[in-house]
Ligand binder design. Structure first.
Ligand code: C2O
Ligand code: CU
Ligand code: CU
Length: 488
């Protein structure tokens, strides 16, 4: 999809949902490209620097339509191919894309209702697809062993027997995912459960999925990738949903924001420019037991945090910047919210109590997972002194049990540790109870340098082999990944 179509889509979704006059439809783009300018060269000529912040409307990835709905499942087809996307105004950037767009189309699912996705690989190379945050049968998890050769396709079965949550699908080819995800193979998959409706959380156009990722570009608009085994790739340009530091017009309403850090390796700390708190309602695995007010939101690669922001507290015309307190210069701001006068809808306040935590079986094993870097015979990242080997089972666990895993970081880098197929609770950061923001279900947890984080995975789901790994993609690729076999 080219840029003009992408913008048209955004506009259409605004038209569908907005009850406002045309004048207040768009955020204040300054002297950005008038929509009458069509060709890339012409756009480039009037756009000024494509890196100027807040000059592009926030794109919303379109929701994918099922090819077929049966009584028991929704069926989708997705094709992966190489194409161009207008990530920078006026430039055609070669990308890898699901359905030709970056990010790929959003799949919306209902808890308890099955989704089947046929993924067709029209890329010139082997790939596979992992649904991050899914409780899915091992054969549908996107284990790096289950590749889709070029020209082939694979059918993924997602029963969605899990809580409503922000999931995402992305490439998981071993040694390659840092580059393939970077080039565009990432998209949202949103599971909704009834409780979210009962709680009257903001929805429809008041619910914004925000995929944040840093990139770098060459002068011709192509993506620049530099391999850095230590830090992982760190770009100089912040994108949200595939647009450089976009802005979005928000009404004076409560909004639900679904933050996903889809960066290869960059850690984020999000905060609103006026310093006010956001109400966090969910983490990776869905609703928190209790909502919590947070002024700063830490988000490492692959983590998700959902918040409700009350824009009724601002006067029309207010421009709020979403900052990244861990960034500097061009990576210090992420996007902008332009507040306009109110629409019709009104969502209630976020309740303090959201979703009770269920009682879990007693812990049946305790394990240490040591995170460290080896230099001999080659530089690589390891778990418990070993690099990834698909033919080796590192851990065996029983279905239906819980365990204690201690992620012991002996390195000077942050490692967001991720377990496939199951969720865990964070029990302790060092010797401390985790902050309120981390007291719900998680599948990825940040482990700071020289820190030990204790988590409690609950092996409720499907038997089989699943991987766990660092989600800094360069670390996971080289070779900070291990494998567990969960048996009934
Ligand atoms: Cu999001 Cu194994 O990854
Ligand atoms: Cu995952
Ligand atoms: Cu790491």
């Amino acid at each position: 999809m080219d840029g003009s179509r992408r913008i048209a889509l955004t506009r259409r979704s605004l038209l569908r949902n907005g009850a406002l006059g045309l004048a207040s439809f768009y955020c204040d783009l300054g002297t950005a490209t008038p929509s009458s300018v069509r060709t890339s060269a012409a756009k480039r000529a009037v756009a000024g620097s494509p890196f100027e912040p807040f000059r592009t409307e926030l794109p919303l990835p379109p929701v994918l339509r099922p090819v077929r709905r049966t009584r028991s499942a929704d069926h989708y087809v997705v094709t992966m191919r190489e194409t161009h996307a207008e990530l920078l105004p006026g430039f055609d950037t070669p990308v890898y894309a699901y359905e030709g767009i970056v990010p790929g189309p959003t799949i919306r699912a209902r808890a308890g209702r099955r989704v089947m996705v046929e993924q067709r690989n029209a890329l010139g190379e082997t790939t596979n697809v992992h649904l991050h945050g899914a409780r899915a049968p091992a054969s549908s998890d996107g284990h790096p062993r289950d590749v889709i050769p070029a020209g082939a396709s694979r059918l993924y079965d997602y029963p969605n027997r899990q809580a409503g949550a922000t999931l995402w699908y992305h490439d998981h080819t071993h040694h390659r995912q840092a580059e393939t995800v970077y080039k565009g193979l990432a998209a949202f998959y949103l599971v909704r459960e009834d409780l979210e409706d009962e709680l009257e959380l903001p929805r429809g156009s008041y619910e914004l999925p925000l995929m944040i990722a840093d990139k770098s570009f060459n002068a011709d608009g192509s993506l620049r990738y530099e391999r850095d085994l230590n830090n992982g790739f760190l770009g100089d340009t912040m994108l949200v949903n595939g647009a450089v530091q976009p802005c979005v017009r928000v009404e004076r309403q409560r909004y639900r924001l679904r933050f996903l850090n889809a960066s290869n390796a960059r850690d984020l700390e999000l905060s609103l420019s006026d310093g006010s708190a956001m109400t966090q309602i969910a983490s990776d695995g869905g609703l928190l037991p209790r909502s919590t007010r947070q002024r700063r939101i830490r988000l490492s690669s692959a983590e998700r945090v959902e918040v409700v922001v009350d824009f009724r507290l601002y006067r029309p015309g207010t421009k709020l910047i979403l900052r990244n307190l861990l960034g500097s210069g061009s990576t210090a701001s992420v996007m902008r919210f332009d507040v306009v006068r109110s629409g019709a809808e009104d969502f209630g306040p976020v309740p303090r109590t959201l979703k009770p935590m269920r009682r879990l079986p007693r812990v049946s094993a305790v394990r240490d997972v040591v995170l460290d870097r080896a230099v001999i015979p080659q530089v690589e990242w390891q778990l418990n002194g070993l690099g990834f080997d698909m033919d080796r089972i590192d851990t065996r666990a029983r279905l239906g049990t819980t365990e204690l895993w201690r992620f012991v970081n002996r390195s000077t880098h942050v490692h967001p540790m991720h377990i496939h197929g199951f969720f865990f609770r964070v029990l302790a950061r060092g010797s401390r109870r985790p902050p309120a923001s981390e007291r719900g279900w998680k599948d990825t947890v940040r482990v700071d340098p020289n820190e030990t984080v204790t988590v409690m995975p609950y092996f409720s789901g499907y038997p089989g082999a699943y991987v766990y790994h660092c989600h800094k993609l360069e670390h996971g690729d080289n070779a900070m990944m291990a494998q567990m076999e969960v048996t009934a």
